[in-house]
Design a protein around this ligand. Structure first.
Ligand code: SIN
Length: 338
């Protein structure tokens, strides 16, 4: 049997600055995110520059990504899984705000691991300047994302931004204002997009380096995420000079009324924790709260094992470790990290 010719790309809109509008074209800060529909953003892209594929668009949400919620993640995972199951679809593109893009990318990386993402890409992109800007970066980022989604070498959950291609486990927003706002961690980006073509530095890992599942194995997340989900409550606390047990004590005091299943501590350096905070975390651990340590450092990963019963989060940043722990608990797994 010959290879299936995949001729469709699917563009899912979730909002963000890429869909933002300001009252003045020179204003790249005082705008309102999530105002323009994804179909309109697509329509504004010159057809001659798009890859040779039909592009369908669908508005999944319209939010400023600082307000991203689990309900949108659920809907997005469902739509990605739905479209990836279509043999004609080559890839899915998601427009998203930059503020929590790395979290959504990591969430999708984990929950789509068994849903065809080993063979097809899900590409997130966005913009640092609103659609109304004198020189918006969104259109070029969208074109680059379409190029990568149509590239037969692309697979896994990727972020395409500022001409670079990043993998979901490593990508991080590293600048609050510049258009080249994302970094790819210690190993750097997976590739670049140059004049309408992807230039790969290294191939994306098949199925991604998922913390929870191998490609095609583990829970059927899209089905599990259908309908209401009783999300575990996992909070992040930070270790710093002069840290106290207060935040953890406050969380534990509210446990009966608000629930508390896990805590990720954003530790210093190699995920070490101030003694006063660690004492409170150990108490939480003894009370059955699952506590993972991550590093608050912007790059690098935790190395070796510290002398503590609190496991490290396998090199994930605190925000990604929180997602991994929520999914880990949702899958009914115990307190240890796989
Ligand atoms: C957002 O994250 O939705 C707003 C900020 C941005 O997209 O850069």
């Amino acid at each position: 049997m010959g290879q299936t010719f995949r001729k469709k790309l699917v563009l899912l809109g979730t909002g963000g600055t890429i869909a933002g509008l300001a009252t003045a074209a020179h204003d790249n800060v005082g705008y309102k995110a999530a105002q323009v529909g994804v179909a309109e953003l697509l329509e504004a892209l010159p057809k001659a520059l798009r890859p040779q594929a039909s592009v369908l668009s669908e508005q999944v949400a319209q939010v400023d990504s600082k307000d991203m919620g689990l309900d949108v993640w659920q809907a997005l995972a469902q739509r990605c899984a739905f479209w990836m199951a279509d043999p004609e679809v080559a890839g899915v593109i998601v427009t998203h705000g930059t503020d929590t893009m790395e979290e959504t990318a990591y969430f999708l990386h984990e929950v789509l691991a068994g849903s065809g993402v080993a063979h097809k890409p899900v590409v997130l992109t966005g913009a640092m300047r609103p659609a109304s800007s004198l020189t918006p970066d969104g259109p070029q980022n969208m074109l680059d994302a379409l190029v990568v989604a149509a590239d037969p070498r692309a697979r896994g959950v990727l972020v395409v931004f500022g001409g670079t291609i990043h993998g979901a486990p490593d990508v991080q927003k590293v600048h609050a204002y510049r258009q080249d706002a994302f970094g790819g961690g210690e190993d750097g980006p997976l590739g670049r997009v140059e004049e309408g073509a992807a230039a790969w530095v290294r191939p994306p890992a098949i199925g991604g380096a998922s913390l929870l599942t191998e490609a095609g194995q583990g829970p059927d997340w899209p089905s599990l995420l259908q309908g209401p989900v009783a999300w575990p409550r996992v909070e992040i606390v930070s270790s710093h000079a002069g840290a106290s047990p207060w935040m953890v004590d406050a969380l534990l005091a509210q446990r009966a009324s608000h629930g508390l299943d896990g805590i990720v501590v954003a530790g210093t350096g190699n995920a070490s924790v101030h003694a006063a905070l660690e004492a409170a975390l150990l108490k939480a651990h003894e009370d059955g709260v699952v506590v993972w340590r991550a590093s608050r450092c912007g790059s690098g990963h935790t190395v070796g094992r510290l002398d503590t019963p609190l496991p490290d989060a396998g090199g994930l940043s605190p925000v990604k470790a929180r997602i991994a722990l929520m999914l880990h608990l949702l899958a009914g797994q115990g307190r240890s990290r796989p």
